[in-house]
Design a protein around this ligand. Structure first.
Ligand SMILES: Cc1ncc(COP(=O)(O)O)c(C=O)c1O
Length: 447
C-alpha cells in the first residue's frame, strides 16, 4: 500500500504560550502535530495535509465520528436559542430530556443523572456522592475509598487518589487520606494474547475481602473501578471478576462505582459495560462519548436508592452541596441528545459488537512482529505492549506514535510502551485492515 505523507504543519503565531497537557512540550514544539479539521474517520493537518486516520476516536471520545452534521447542527441551533442558563436553582428543558435518555440507556435502577463537564469531574462527583450518601443515612464512619492499581480516574485529587498510575500521583503530595487499592488484574504470564476477557484473574476480586478484614466494612464507603482499564493500556476484566466484586460490595454495604468514561457509549458493544458484564453498579461515571467529544460533558448516573436517600429534610434546603457553573450546559446537552440519536439511528453500539471479532482478529496479526510482548482486545479497543528500549522506557512507543502520524497518516495513542487503538464506532472493516497494516509497518520501523 502506498504510504501517505502528512504535510509538515505550518506554525501559527508562536508555540510558546500554550502549555500542552500530558505532552512532552519541548519535543512537540520542535515538531508540532497540528490538526485543523476533521470529518468522520479522519483528521486534516495544517498546510493542507491529511487525511489522517483516527485510530483512537480522539481521546476515546468521538465514538460517532468527527463533525457529524446532526451534532454540529444541534450545537449551532442551541447556541442561537440559549447560550447559557444557570444550573443552580434554575434549569433548561434540554437537560431533563438528556437525563431521561441517559437513564433509559443505563441498566437497573440507575435513573438519576448529575451533570458535570469532564471525566475527572464525574469521578470526583461520584466519590463525593458516595461519601455523602453514607453520611446522610447515618453511617458517616464510611469514609474510605478503594481504587485499583493501574486505574485511571482522571486528574482531580479524588481521581488521582483512587487511581493507580504512579506518574499521575507521585508529584502531587499526600493526595486524599484513607484510600486503599485493589491489585491490577493483569498477568502477562496467565493472560498474554487473549481476545476478550481473560479466563485467569477472577480471584483477584477477593482482595476486596482482605481490605475489608484490614479496615472493617464500617470504614469503607465505595470501590471504584473501570470495567475495562483503558488508559493504562486496555486491560479487559477477567471473566467473573466484576460479578465477584459486586457480591463482596453487597455483602458489606459498600457502594460499587463503575468509571465508564471510556467504556460508556458503545466502546465495548453496549451502551455501558455494566450491560456487557451483567453487573449493575450503584453509580456510573460517564463523559467523553456522551457528546461524541463535540462539547465537554460528564456526569454520574446514580441509583434511585441513592437519590432518594438524599431527598429528606426541609424542602428549601439543598440536598447535595455540589455542582459546577457549567453543569448541564445547554450546548453540551444539545450535543448529547444529537449524539444519542446518532447512536440509536445508526445502531452504533451493535455495530461495535458486530465488528469486535474482525477487530480482534486483525489486531492479533501483529503477534510475532518485533518487540510485541502482548496484545489484548475487547470491544473496539486494543492494547499492544512493546518491549522497551534499553534504559528508555516509553521511547519506542513515542517513536511509533510520531512515525504513525508522519509516515502513515494514522493517529495512535500511547501509554508507556503500550500502543492503544480505539477507533470511532463508524470505522469500516476496510479501515480496520488499513489501521493494523499501518501499525504493523510502524512496529517494524521502530524495531
Ligand atoms: C476511565 C477514565 N476516567 C476518567 C477520565 C478523565 O476524563 P477527563 O479527561 O475528561 O477529565 C478518563 C480519561 O481518559 C478515563 O479514561
Amino acid at each position: 500500500m502506498a504510504q501517505t505523507r502528512v504535510a509538515a504543519a505550518s506554525v501559527p503565531n508562536n508555540l510558546e504560550s500554550f502549555w500542552l497537557p500530558f505532552t512532552p512540550n519541548r519535543g512537540f514544539k520542535r515538531a508540532p502535530r497540528l490538526i485543523v479539521r476533521a470529518k468522520d474517520m479522519h483528521y486534516y493537518t495544517a498546510g493542507g495535509g491529511g487525511p489522517v486516520l483516527d485510530g483512537t476516536a480522539g481521546l476515546w471520545c468521538t465514538n460517532a465520528g468527527h463533525n457529524r452534521d446532526p451534532i454540529v447542527a444541534a450545537i449551532a441551533g442551541q447556541a442561537e436559542e440559549l447560550d447559557y442558563s444557570p444550573a443552580f436553582q434554575f434549569a433548561h428543558p434540554t437537560a431533563f430530556e438528556l437525563a431521561s435518555r441517559l437513564a433509559a440507556l443505563a441498566p437497573g435502577d440507575l435513573n438519576r443523572v448529575f451533570f458535570c463537564n469532564s471525566g475527572s469531574e464525574a469521578v470526583d462527583t461520584a466519590l463525593k456522592i458516595a461519601l455523602a450518601y453514607h453520611y446522610v443515612r447515618g453511617e458517616g464512619t464510611r469514609t474510605r475509598l478503594i481504587g485499583r492499581e493501574r486505574g485511571y480516574h482522571g486528574v482531580g485529587f479524588g481521581g488521582i487518589s483512587v487511581g493507580g498510575i504512579v506518574n499521575n500521583r507521585k508529584f502531587f503530595g499526600s493526595l486524599l487520606a484513607g484510600v486503599d487499592h485493589l491489585p491490577a488484574t493483569y498477568s502477562r504470564e496467565h493472560q498474554a494474547f487473549t481476545k476478550g476477557e481473560p479466563e485467569w484473574g477472577a480471584h483477584l476480586a477477593d482482595e476486596l475481602e482482605r481490605l475489608v478484614t484490614l479496615h472493617d466494612a464500617s470504614s469503607i464507603a465505595a470501590v471504584i473501578v473501570e470495567p475495562m482499564a483503558g488508559s493504562t493500556g486496555v486491560l479487559p476484566p477477567p471473566q467473573g471478576y466484576l460479578p465477584r466484586l459486586r457480591a463482596i460490595c453487597d455483602r458489606h454495604g459498600i457502594l460499587l462505582i463503575f468509571d465508564e468514561v471510556i467504556t460508556g457509549f458503545g466502546r465495548l458493544g453496549y451502551a455501558f459495560a455494566a450491560e456487557r458484564y451483567g453487573v449493575v453498579p450503584d453509580l456510573i461515571a460517564f463523559a467523553k462519548g456522551v457528546t461524541s467529544g463535540a462539547v465537554p460533558m460528564g456526569g454520574v448516573i446514580a441509583s434511585d436508592r441513592i437519590y432518594e436517600t438524599f431527598m429528606r429534610g426541609p424542602e428549601h434546603i439543598i440536598e447535595l452541596f455540589h455542582g459546577y457553573t457549567y453543569s448541564a450546559h445547554p450546548l453540551a446537552c444539545a450535543a448529547g441528545l444529537a449524539t444519542l440519536d446518532l447512536y440509536r439511528d445508526e445502531k452504533l453500539f451493535a455495530r461495535a459488537k458486530a465488528l469486535e471479532p474482525r477487530f480482534a482478529e486483525a489486531a492479533m496479526t501483529l503477534k510475532g512482529l518485533p518487540n510485541v510482548l502482548d496484545i489484548r482486545t475487547v470491544g473496539l479497543a486494543v492494547g499492544i505492549d512493546l518491549a522497551s528500549r534499553a534504559g528508555a522506557f516509553g521511547l519506542r512507543a513515542y517513536e511509533a506514535m510520531e512515525r504513525a502520524f508522519r509516515d502513515e497518516a494514522l493517529m495512535i495513542r500511547i501509554a508507556g510502551d503500550t500502543i492503544a487503538l480505539s477507533p470511532p464506532l463508524i470505522v469500516s472493516e476496510a479501515q480496520i485492515g488499513e489501521m493494523f497494516e499501518k501499525v504493523a509497518r510502524v512496529i517494524k520501523a521502530v524495531a
